[in-house]
Design a protein around this ligand. Structure first.
Ligand code: ADP
Ligand code: MG
Length: 254
């Protein structure tokens, strides 16, 4: 299966403007301004509790915002909309969770084919064929009839990626997709992500895998205490971080 890459010249796929979010009095996101271009791979990094998950979750409206705007393909994601429109929007922005979130009572192939059938009205036969092709792609065609509980964490996460891809989203969001995995399984998930990036997928990834960030990201966003303090290409960010807090973050990793 090929990933649809739009040829539109409107390079701004996602645009965040003055985004603020609080939980009660606690401000988690503080005036976030950032853009993601079509085909760009952004890695979001920063200390624990800095707002990375909250930020990425606002992009497909798993979290509401208090003020500002987030647009995707020129439409305001946080405008009032009905459930059907919200579902359609979500189906255009794939999300991969730290803990896979597969449906435990469904087989692997049913996990992958369910949304195209339910949300897009694709026939069961076509959805299944496509699911098998996607499972091939993530190296798990032989596990189509297994259940999530019979798979390793790395395999479950690859199924979760296949499930998101089944909706043919132009954008994929990843929230620490490898942090729940045993170390020996991290590579297999990162390599699937790498191949997606190479095919031109627009990706926003929260990860602590700095090797992946260095090799695959077009741009790093460094976030601390709900603010994006620095955005830079990885070679610049890792060699010569400008913000003192980015410098401290990187030196703590070493
Ligand atoms: P990160 O992903 O960078 O670790 P999060 O976005 O998960 O950070 O959280 C940012 C801050 O918001 C943390 O201090 C966290 O405790 C707080 N927070 C996250 N979710 C909630 C919530 N549902 N209610 C209250 N506070 C929350
Ligand atoms: Mg998080």
């Amino acid at each position: 299966m090929s990933i649809p890459v739009s040829s539109s010249q409107d390079a701004q796929e996602i645009r965040l403007r003055e985004v603020c979010k609080s939980y009660g009095h606690y401000q988690v996101l503080n005036n976030i301004n950032a853009d993601v271009s079509r085909g760009e791979v952004v890695v979001i990094c920063g200390p624990s509790g800095s707002g990375k998950s909250t930020l990425i979750r606002t992009v497909n409206r798993l979290e509401e915002i208090n003020s500002g705007s987030i647009s995707f393909e020129g439409k305001n994601i946080h405008a009032p909309m009905g459930a059907a429109e919200l579902n359609r929007l979500r189906s255009r922005i794939g999300f991969v969770f730290q803990n896979f979130n597969l449906f435990p009572h469904l087989s692997v192939v049913d996990n992958v084919s369910m949304s195209p059938i339910r949300v897009k009205g694709v026939s069961a036969k076509v959805a299944r064929e496509k699911a098998i092709a996607l499972l091939h792609r993530v190296g798990l065609a032989d596990r189509a009839n297994s259940y999530p509980g019979q798979l390793s964490g790395g395999q479950q996460q690859r199924v979760a990626i296949a499930r998101a891809l089944a909706m043919e989203p132009p954008v994929m969001l990843f929230d620490e997709p490898t942090s729940a995995l045993d170390p020996e399984m991290v590579g297999e998930v990162l390599s699937v992500m790498k191949s997606l990036a190479a095919e031109g997928m627009t990706m926003l990834c929260v990860t602590h895998e700095m090797g992946f960030a260095r090799d695959v990201a077009d741009r790093i966003w460094f976030i601390d205490a709900g603010e994006i303090l620095e955005t830079a290409p990885p070679e610049e960010f890792f060699k010569n971080p400008r913000h003192p807090r980015a410098q401290r973050f990187l030196s703590d990793l070493r």
